[in-house]
Design a protein around this ligand. Structure first.
Ligand code: SF4
Length: 81
């Protein structure tokens, strides 16, 4: 099977850490970042690659953790940002 995406373990952990911080400690995303996250989630929510558990079938990432990392990109180039 062709490997389409190679996200580093460090990035996965960073995404989870940021998600936990935003949800349970302090949401310190800027207004622009909040807008970007909302647009990304909106796109993923209508994408056939999103599973019920919010895993992307294309990259294997847990989407709530991925969308908060500003350096990440949709492997299918569907995100507006
Ligand atoms: S990251 Fe891209 S391919 Fe994956 S579910 Fe979101 S929009 Fe779809």
């Amino acid at each position: 099977m062709e490997k389409k995406y190679d996200i580093k373990l460090e990035e996965i952990l960073r995404g989870w850490g940021k998600l936990v911080k935003i949800k349970f400690i302090k949401n310190d995303l800027s207004e622009k970042e909040k807008e970007i996250v909302a647009e990304r989630l909106k796109t993923c929510n209508t994408c056939p690659n999103r599973t019920r558990l919010y895993i992307c079938k294309s990259c294997g990432c847990f989407l709530p953790a991925k969308v908060v990392l500003m350096n990440q990109k949709c492997i299918e180039n569907k995100w507006p940002h």
